[in-house]
Design a protein around this ligand. Structure first.
Ligand code: CUA
Length: 402
């Protein structure tokens, strides 16, 4: 009916209209009441009048409220229809609520705990729950709809302004209900494409030659031991080198700090027999890439990236809604110091002591209902869709939480 008016405007219009009518009626009734108290009190009006019927008044107080109610109904219905009419070209994103986080699955299968959408493309959300009833609430888009286990509900919105908007849970769902928060990030087309393709996390899988090429390092530093303009970078970890500092020779060990310093401020310490020609990379290379580069040179990357992958996984899968990483108890045992800890578990009604080793973590992730740690409720959903590699990464991360 009003193609240019968005659902948000219609909802607001319905709200303001009904609110205004209610306010006017409230004021009118209150004033009339006070006025009648004054005008018809016993002193001024000792004889009560006996009024029998007034056709005009009866018609008016029937017809006027009917018109008002029909008007409110129409405006409310119109906004409801707008909220339920999803444009054909909408992107579909699946939303799953679980105690106590939101999980978004994008058309290409990517999973994240936050909602990224491209600007000016309508978005349809298919909403469900993995456990109890939650309510998907985005005030900015006037969306509030229950997420019910076993049922898929939907909502849609048109992200027409860049920015970050709050997502909340509006249905009490347990002790961490108030922390069941997320964000809608409205970004431009390009950034969305990057996010969807996972390019944002690509640094985790980048190789050393790729990075050296990207920053032009490979023009002067080889990886095969050949001496070019600068020293070769293979086997640099722990290498003893003579450097010249302020004209004096000094033996150093190539550790993380030394390598970082030599990238950022190469002129400070020049390796003996080489010329001071390398440009400083301070401000030229982002910190995360610098860290990745140094980790790769020190062969630390493999181990680190697995931990990073695990860390991101437990965030995205919502594990941190119940398992803390700092030792505090939310609704399940903390991941901190979990690895190799002894746990009392209940299995088939009997109590056992188990060691939280790799096997144990694997089974409790895939089939959590088999053994419940004593003192906790059996509320964890099975994560049987995670691959062995993903569980391995999670285990690595848990191991690192000492
Ligand atoms: Cu989920 Cu409250």
């Amino acid at each position: 009916m009003y193609p240019l008016v968005s659902a948000v405007n219609k909802v607001d219009f319905a709200f303001i209209l009904i609110y205004s009518i209610a306010a006017v009626v409230l004021l009118g009734i209150t004033f009339a009441m006070v006025y009648f108290l004054f005008k018809y009190n016993k002193k001024r009006h000792p004889e009560p009048a006996d009024i029998k019927g007034n056709l005009l008044a009866e018609v008016l107080w029937t017809v006027i409220p009917t018109i008002i109610f029909m008007g409110m109904f129409f405006v409310g219905w119109d906004s409801f229809v707008a909220l339920r009419s999803v444009p054909k070209n909408a992107i579909e994103i699946n939303v799953e609520g679980k105690m106590w986080s939101w999980k978004f699955t994008y058309p290409n299968g990517k999973v994240d705990k936050e909602l990224y959408v491209p600007i000016n493309k309508p978005v349809k959300l298919n909403i469900t729950s993995a456990d109890v009833i939650h309510s998907f609430y985005v005030p900015a888009y006037r969306i509030k709809i229950d997420a019910v286990p076993g049922l898929t509900t939907y909502a849609w919105f048109n992200p027409n302004k860049k920015g970050d908007y709050d997502i909340l849970c509006a249905e009490y769902c347990g002790v961490r209900h108030a922390y069941m928060l997320s964000k809608v990030h409205v970004v431009d087309e390009e950034e969305y494409a990057k996010f969807i393709s996972g390019e944002k996390e690509k640094t985790a899988n980048v190789t050393l030659p790729e990075l050296l090429d990207k920053y032009g390092c490979s023009d002067c530093h080889s990886l095969n031991g050949e001496v070019l303009v600068g020293p070769p970078l293979n086997d640099i970890k722990g290498r003893k080198t003579i450097v010249i500092i302020d004209g004096k020779e000094k033996e150093i060990v190539a550790d993380e700090k030394y390598i970082k310093d030599s990238i950022l401020y190469p002129g400070k310490e020049i390796v003996k027999d080489f010329e001071n020609i390398m440009p400083p990379y301070d401000g030229e290379i982002p910190e995360n890439e610098l860290n990745t580069l140094v980790d790769l040179m020190l062969n630390k990357k493999q181990e680190i990236s697995n931990i990073e992958v695990g860390k991101k996984l437990i965030d995205d899968e919502g594990c941190t809604g119940c398992h803390s990483t700092d030792g505090s108890i939310i609704a399940a045992p903390s991941f901190k110091n979990l690895y190799n800890a002894k746990k009392q578990v209940i299995k088939d009604g009997k109590e056992y002591t188990v060691t939280a080793d790799e096997e144990y973590i694997y089974v409790s992730t895939k089939y959590p209902e088999r053994e419940i740690v004593k003192g906790f409720d059996p509320i964890m959903p099975p994560f049987d869709y995670l691959t062995d590699e993903q569980i391995k990464a999670i285990t690595e991360y848990i191991k690192s939480l000492k």
